[in-house]
Ligand binder design. Structure first.
Ligand SMILES: [Zn+2]
Ligand SMILES: [Zn+2]
Length: 274
């Protein structure tokens, strides 16, 4: 391996470490930091592709390796690197991966020209997806083990970004946190107020939250489930606040379902008489 190659790899890892810590700052609420996460992530991807090509032959990262006098200021672009990789083995950089890369390039360009408008959820999702595509590429086509070189303080973010399940779950919890804080009931004025967040019985995450579009009034931000025995409900007879699981359902004379609490269903009296 040439010295140049090693430098590329070290610089790539530095950019990745920066991208991860900026992403983490963004997650902690400093949204400006996502901007730098984008810039560093773009740089990481560029360098890691260049490194991959330099490992084939160190001269291949120059624009014209066959020139009489090699111009070391002119290196290949990201798209040339992508073409090389795909010429080597078709579809190594899939069309989805390719369009995410284009998105990243566009966004980086906008940031550099101060035309930046941030769609935070989209930025987070796309960076996560890109990062996983790069890791997949590295593990399928190279010997590089990036995770062995991740600084320990960014390891948690690395794990979250590289694992789609963890990543989606973290997003769902963030979304549920937001819904909860925006709709949190004022228990000081209404001690009977219904909860706005429950544990989801389908996926077992604390992500079943108040939702206007849901028929039950609740929807899980992780799995989309809308049902739970613990959904708030009121007794149709006495109006007491309880949960759906606590009610007994009866058909009234009109054929409508009616929910009755422990007392109104007659169960209380039946149990007392036992
Ligand atoms: Zn769920
Ligand atoms: Zn009742």
């Amino acid at each position: 391996m040439t010295i140049h190659g090693l430098e590329l790899f070290d610089n790539a890892l530095d950019s990745l470490a920066e991208a991860l810590s900026k992403f983490e700052e963004g997650d902690e609420g400093d949204y400006k930091s996502y901007k730098f996460a984008v810039l560093h992530m773009a740089h990481f991807i560029e360098l890691i592709f260049e490194y991959h090509i330099a490992s084939k032959h160190p001269l291949l990262i120059y624009k014209d390796p066959f020139a009489k006098k090699l111009d070391k200021n002119k290196t290949i672009t990201l798209w040339e690197a992508v073409n090389f990789i795909n010429n080597e083995a078709p579809d190594t950089v899939s069309s989805d991966f390719h369009s995410d890369l284009e998105w990243l390039k566009r966004l980086r360009n906008d940031i550099e020209h101060y035309k930046f408008t941030m769609d935070v959820p989209q930025v987070r999702r796309t960076i996560g997806r890109l990062f996983r595509s790069v890791l997949e590429f590295l593990s399928n086509y190279t010997e590089l083990e990036v995770d062995a070189h991740i600084p320990s303080h960014t390891m948690k973010t690395f794990m979250v970004l590289s694992d789609e399940y963890e990543f989606t779950l973290r997003d769902a919890i963030r979304e549920a946190d937001k819904v909860e804080s925006e709709n949190y009931p004022d228990y000081s004025t209404d001690t009977d107020a219904d909860p706005v967040r429950l544990d989801c019985p389908e996926c077992n995450h604390p992500t079943l939250v108040f939702n206007d579009d849901s028929k039950t009034g609740f929807r899980c931000t992780f799995c989309g489930n809308e049902e739970s025995e613990d959904l708030p409900s009121t007794c149709d007879i006495c109006g007491t606040h309880t949960t759906q699981g606590e009610l007994d359902y009866w058909e009234d004379e009109m054929g409508q379902l009616e929910g009755r609490c422990y007392y109104c269903s007659g169960k209380y009296h039946a149990d007392k008489d036992d």
